[in-house]
Design a protein around this ligand. Sequence first.
Ligand SMILES: Cc1cc2nc3c(=O)[nH]c(=O)nc-3n(C[C@H](O)[C@H](O)[C@H](O)COP(=O)(O)OP(=O)(O)OC[C@H]3O[C@@H](n4cnc5c(N)ncnc54)[C@H](O)[C@@H]3O)c2cc1C
Ligand code: SF4
Length: 512
Amino acid sequence: MTTLRMVLGDQLSTTISALEGADKRNDIILMCEVIDEATYVKHHKKKIAFLFSAMRHFADDLSKDGFQVRYIRLDDPENTGSFKTEVARAITALGVDRIIVTEPNEYRVFADIKTWVTDLGTPVEIRADHRFLCHADEFQAWAKGRKQLRMEYFYRLMRRKYNILMDGDLPLGGQWNYDAENRKPPKNGLDVPPPFHSSPDHITQEVIDLVSQRFATHFGDLLPFHFATTRKDALAVLHHFINERLPLFGDYQDAMLTNEPWMYHSHISFYLNCGLLLPLECAQAAEQSYHDGHAPLNAVEGFIRQIIGWREYVRGIYWMQMPNYATANYLEAQNPLPAFFWNAQTKMNCLRQCITETKENAYAHHIQRLMVIGNFALIAGIDPDKVNEWFLIVYADAYEWVELPNVSGMILFADGGYLASKPYAASGAYINKMSDYCKGCSYNVSVKNGPTACPFNYLYWDFFIRNQDKLRGNPRLNHTYATLAKMDPVKQAAISDDVTRFWKDTLTNGLS
Ligand SMILES: Cc1cc2nc3c(=O)[nH]c(=O)nc-3n(C[C@H](O)[C@H](O)[C@H](O)COP(=O)(O)OP(=O)(O)OC[C@H]3O[C@@H](n4cnc5c(N)ncnc54)[C@H](O)[C@@H]3O)c2cc1C
Ligand code: SF4
């Protein structure tokens, strides 16, 4: 009996359920680089190079460990270009009796795999993905009957379930959340440690050559390329973070500095999302660092909350709300995506910095995504389809299960408040407080109206005016709407004029 065990590009963990019980003599592991996946959106060049290289290294390690691996390269002349047709080709070539695969993380791929049994005429066993800490069914059971979900309560459940930072049944230190001690503005002269760099080996170099030939028209800089592409190097990134950055992670979690794209963040999302790192081991490594006296509780708790809280929470929402989540547009936002999202040519320094760094690194840290790029997309009323496509393309950690809830739920309020209790809209004052971007900007953050005003200032109020029918009843926005009710009509007219001028400049010159 020949069993085909399929391992997808984001399932690069030796503990993946598809490999459980594998028979090295008789089973074949199938891995394939297919053009359908590389181009269903035009992913950043670095993202494609990273994933193909990580897949090739993983396949090599499996072969060295004695497994039989059928690895289909993108440039293999026989490559048929999709998962289903590659499985069909393997069935014919190898005389496969059954297929085992771990449930994929994208709705689109899952829908495809469900058609394999009938279309390919071979039994398919779809196994649960145990790498996540909360299965979709468990999340649904928790969410059932709740009108609005709160990440904080879900997070406490995960803390208890995995006994992380617990003192019996109580949170270590007496509090579940230490955010009040976190999120300081950046100090002048912060000495941010350099990020972990790995150098391309011959496998990565081959992939870089392939990507530069085949994906030249895709967004982003391919070089320099320093991502880890093996489990060993991904672990080194994790330990580099724990040793060098974790102690200040909480303090500067929301801080942004010019030419400091990496700040005190961990840079592990690429590796977590493709399976080179596992969420529980990352959370436990951080917890150990607290017990060793290396990192303070506010930093460790803040980091662990991102991994066992936010990451699992957005995944739960994705599987509960798909497929409708992908088309949600509660605020009926319809504006186009400005050209500067692709070329970074804007006079708004904050956006220029964050988009340039995204283009160079296929990475921006959370607060750049949330409070600069995301905040702009929200208050400027950009069509969620366009924003989602952009975020899925440009980041090397982007997969729909994590990108879509963050974009449609967290930044755009397109789900009407299911994920976040209010829109994360902010004026230029927030960006000025948390970064040094405004100092180098052509606009003036303290000017509210007119051609020199920071566009975030008038777009902010325009957002609340435009959406008042839908947002005024939200108790968390009482203060905002009370201020708006007192606003002079002349000022409201000036806001409207500014927004008209802003869009005219953006669409005609592309240079707001
Ligand atoms: C608009 C928007 C889009 C995003 N798109 C993605 C995406 O496509 N892929 C992705 O992995 N993350 C996404 N995030 C979440 C977060 O910004 C990234 O996980 C983080 O910036 C990755 O960098 P890091 O590893 O240095 O994270 P750190 O700041 O060091 O955080 C540690 C880890 O916590 C997890 N995490 C933190 N916040 C979130 C969150 N909101 N949702 C899920 N996981 C979280 C990540 O796994 C991350 O690696 C998005 C956030 C926003 C606001
Ligand atoms: S002034 Fe406004 S546009 Fe310029 S960097 Fe500051 S927040 Fe951004």
